[in-house]
Design a protein around this ligand. Structure first.
Ligand SMILES: CC(C)(COP(=O)(O)OP(=O)(O)OC[C@H]1O[C@@H](n2cnc3c(N)ncnc32)[C@H](O)[C@@H]1OP(=O)(O)O)[C@@H](O)C(=O)NCCC(=O)NCCS
Length: 197
C-alpha cells in the first residue's frame, strides 16, 4: 500500500470524513464532534494517499513518560492493508525518542457485544498491546472500557545482549519484569500469564 506517514500538522476535516465513514465504531454524534475538535489541537499523525488522508491517529500525553492513543481510524475500504500498524509504529518511534515509556489505548471491552470492536481489540493485541483491565466507571455500565497498554522499550541490539544490564534491570523490577514485547509476538508471556493459567 503506497502511503506515507506524516505528522506535525492538524487534520480535523479529514478526521471528520474518516469518522463519518465508520459509523459502526463512531456512532455517537457528540463523541464524533469531540474527536473532530480534538483533531484541531492534539498531536496528530496521518496517512495521506493521493491527496486524501486515509488514516489518522491522535495522541494525548498524560505525563512525561506516558501517553494515550486518543483516536485511531483508517478508511474502511483500506482496512487490513497495514496502514493502522504503520501509523502506530510511527507514533511509537516518536514517543520513544521523546522519553515516553508506556502507551495506552481505551477500546470498547470484551464483555460488551460488538463484533466490530472485537476486531479492533484483535488489531491492538497483534501490535503488542496488553489488555490490562476492563472498567465500567469510565464510559458507564453500558459501555465497558478495556484499557490496554504497551511498554515502549528501547531495543538497541547492544543493550539487548548486555547480560549485566539485563540482570540489573531484573533486580530492580523483580517479579514484575516483562519480557520485551515485539510486534507480531503473542504479547502476554509473563509470570502473570502463568499465574492466571
Ligand atoms: C483498527 C484499525 C485502525 C486497524 O487498522 P488497519 O489498517 O485495518 O490494520 P492493519 O492492516 O495495520 O492490521 C495489522 C494487524 O492487526 C490485526 N488485525 C487487523 N484487523 C483485524 C481484524 N479485522 N481481525 C483480526 N485481526 C486484525 C492483524 O494481525 C493485522 O495483520 P495482518 O493483516 O498481517 O494479519 C482499523 O481497522 C479501523 O479504523 N477500525 C475502525 C476504527 C477503530 O476501531 N479504531 C480504533 C479505536 S481505538
Amino acid at each position: 500500500m503506497n502511503v506515507t506517514i506524516v505528522s506535525g500538522e492538524q487534520w480535523p476535516d479529514a478526521t471528520a470524513r474518516l469518522l463519518r465513514d465508520l459509523p459502526e465504531w463512531f456512532g455517537i454524534e457528540q463523541s464524533v464532534l469531540n474527536y473532530i475538535d480534538a483533531a484541531r489541537t492534539l498531536p496528530s499523525t496521518a496517512a495521506p494517499r493521493n491527496d486524501e488522508v486515509v488514516g489518522v491517529c491522535l495522541l494525548r500525553r498524560h505525563t512525561p513518560v506516558a501517553a494515550e492513543i486518543e483516536l485511531l481510524a483508517v478508511r474502511r475500504a483500506l482496512h487490513r492493508q497495514g496502514i493502522g500498524r504503520r501509523l502506530v509504529r510511527a507514533v511509537e518511534e516518536h514517543l520513544r525518542d521523546s522519553g515516553v515509556q508506556l502507551l495506552q489505548v481505551k477500546t470498547f471491552g470484551p464483555s460488551g457485544a460488538s463484533e466490530e470492536y472485537a476486531r479492533t481489540r484483535a488489531f491492538y493485541r497483534s501490535i503488542g498491546f496488553i489488555p490490562l483491565e476492563e472498567r465500567t466507571d469510565i464510559w458507564g455500565p453500558e459501555n465497558p472500557c478495556l484499557i490496554s497498554v504497551k511498554p515502549l522499550r528501547r531495543s538497541e541490539p547492544a543493550e539487548r545482549h548486555n547480560c549485566r544490564s539485563k540482570l540489573a534491570e531484573q533486580r530492580v523490577l523483580g517479579e514484575y519484569a516483562l519480557p520485551p514485547v515485539h510486534e507480531d509476538e503473542a504479547p502476554i508471556r509473563s509470570r502473570w500469564a502463568t499465574m492466571r493459567a
